[in-house]
Write a protein that binds this ligand. Structure first.
Ligand SMILES: *Cc1c(COP(=O)(O)O)cnc(C)c1O
Length: 231
């Protein structure tokens, strides 16, 4: 098995190739290393290889990792992304500990996040998860509801409305990616800059179709075990 260091290097090269093929600047695509279910030493190895942004799905698991990795923290801090579903009873800890939330689906949750975010912290970066029909995930807001929700989130004081997240179903055609990008472009008047689409299997296509942030787990850390800790 290749090391996490080698895997990260290979993923970075894949991202650069996909961006260049699309005539885009590779620096315009952020890599979030999705580390759910993987232990702290795996994250530490990725960090040693220069990775800064980590994505987690389960709040409790993420907070434990943040606490263990903080002691070794060097000059450049890690950036934590919640990419899994967000339950409304977890908004306080999420607002306190994360830098990004990719899975906002309601005004209620957004409002709670804004209320819980401290004035001493930078605004919490949020993405609306959109479900363009046919997605494998049941999560996400219907496309026609996205513009109104985005406008409401954009005025919340402690949040920064950054864009959209989507999980196209495996094997989805290019038109699905284009529909997501078109919806993202509609939000341009709000100043959004982040389209979080693309995982281990589809990051190349997602980048070709305008993704600015890919969430990659398996290609960096290897396969996950089936058993998952409770959220
Ligand atoms: C697990 C997960 C990923 C990473 O998926 P891989 O196929 O392992 O790259 C990305 N995004 C979300 C929302 C996830 O839950």
């Amino acid at each position: 098995m290749r090391s996490i260091h080698d895997n990260l290097q290979a993923v970075r090269e894949r991202i650069a190739r996909a961006a260049q093929a699309a005539g885009r600047d590779p620096g315009g695509v952020t890599l979030v290393a999705v580390s759910k279910t993987h232990p702290v030493p795996a994250l530490a190895e990725a960090r040693a290889a220069g990775q800064r942004a980590f994505g987690e799905n389960y709040v409790q698991e993420a907070v434990e990792k943040m606490d263990s990795l903080r002691e070794e923290e060097n000059a450049s801090p890690l950036e934590w992304h919640l990419v899994g579903p967000l339950q409304s009873n977890k908004t306080r800890v999420v607002a306190a500990r994360f830098d990004w939330v990719h899975s906002v689906e309601s005004e209620k949750v957004a409002r709670r996040l804004s209320e819980a975010r401290l004035d001493s912290q930078a605004p919490l970066n949020v993405l609306i998860q959109v479900n363009v029909s046919g997605e494998a995930s049941k999560s996400g807001v219907a496309p026609e509801q996205v513009p109104a929700l985005a406008a409401k989130i954009a005025v919340l004081p402690r949040l920064k409305m950054r864009g959209l997240m989507a999980i196209p179903e495996p094997g989805a055609g290019v038109e699905r990616y284009r529909a997501i990008k078109a919806l993202f472009d509609e939000l341009a008047p709000l100043g959004v800059d982040t389209l979080s689409v693309g995982m281990s299997d589809d990051m190349d296509l997602a980048i070709a179709e305008g993704s600015t942030m890919v969430r990659v787990g398996t290609a960096i850390f290897g396969a996950r075990q089936k058993i998952r800790p409770a959220a």
